[in-house]
Ligand binder design. Structure first.
Ligand code: GUN
Length: 282
């Protein structure tokens, strides 16, 4: 059986049309949602992500600015820029593109963003709210992945969910979101013994490992929902963490790479920015 495709582009187009309508309504009230992206250095992958974020803002009628800072930017300069954006009323969302050059302290920089403008959901206050089941900003990639899982229409309560990867950005918040959906959640990582024994139990399998085609067909339960968060470059081609061609013959639902979770991540960023702007009127 070939799996049904969870198409991030189709889902994003529909969601972005809804976001654009809400942006237009907010503009009528005198507020144009504004996103500022800070890009330090010349990382080629980051340049592409940042460009796509700008395109998303344009599509939905939001105001966006990209602040490009040189590779040799100091911590003080970066934090000064963030503080200026914290105080800029035209900006509702601030995103510091990661990874930062190695001499910069990522955690310290993210902590400077006021939590209300932290549209990435990376600030400890937002991460803590998620863990405690309180309303806060949810990180874009796991939020988008959950939206894709929901759109299968499969009831999640009581299902086995396995998340491969334990990053603060994806794995941990993904696990918490699936727990909130009443899944039984297992988080696997590089030290997990017998990874395949876990993944084969998964009704919902989320791969966020950063290794090309790492999840093979023999690791997947027939009929599973497989969500591929990976973006790996192999011989000039972008591939996910899942061996798509073979896994699609086993799974019931699968996300492609590209055109899957990545597209939804940016859509969730637009949604978080819209909501941040709406909160200023509340
Ligand atoms: N780098 C790769 N993904 C992301 C993301 O979602 N947010 C930020 N800020 N940087 C990233």
């Amino acid at each position: 059986m070939a799996a049904q495709l969870l198409d991030g582009k189709v889902m994003s187009d529909a969601l972005r049309a809804e976001i654009a309508q809400k942006v237009a309504a907010l503009k009528e009230k005198g507020v144009t949602p504004g996103l500022a992206v800070i890009l330090v250095g010349e990382d080629p992958a980051s340049q592409i992500y940042v460009r796509n974020k700008g395109i998303g803002c344009e599509q939905t009628g939001m105001h966006s600015v990209t602040i490009r800072m040189p590779e040799e930017t100091t911590q003080q300069e970066l934090e000064g820029q963030i503080r200026a954006l914290n105080n800029d009323p035209a900006i509702h969302g601030i995103l510091v593109q990661l990874p930062l050059p190695r001499h910069l302290d990522e955690a310290a920089a993210l902590a400077v963003i006021v939590p209300e403008k932290d549209v990435d959901g990376f600030h400890v206050q937002n991460a803590g709210k998620l863990l405690n089941g309180l309303n806060g900003v949810v990180a874009c990639t796991p939020k988008g992945a959950l939206e894709m899982i929901r759109r299968t229409g499969v009831s999640l309560s009581g299902k086995e969910a396995v998340v491969v990867g334990r990053s603060n950005i994806v794995g941990k918040p993904m696990a918490v979101l699936l727990l909130q959906e009443n899944c039984t959640v297992t988080v696997c990582h590089s030290r997990t013994a017998d990874l395949a024994a876990h993944t084969r139990r998964a009704d919902v399998l989320v791969a966020a490992v950063g290794k090309a085609k790492f999840i093979t067909a023999d690791m997947v339960k027939p009929g599973a929902i497989v969500i591929d968060v990976g973006i790996n470059r192999v011989d000039g081609k972008v591939v996910g963490d899942v061996d798509f061609e073979n896994v699609k013959e086993v799974a019931a639902w699968i996300t492609p790479v590209p055109g899957g979770v990545g597209r939804m991540t940016i859509t969730m960023l637009l949604q978080n920015t819209l909501e941040a702007a709406e909160r200023t009127l509340a």
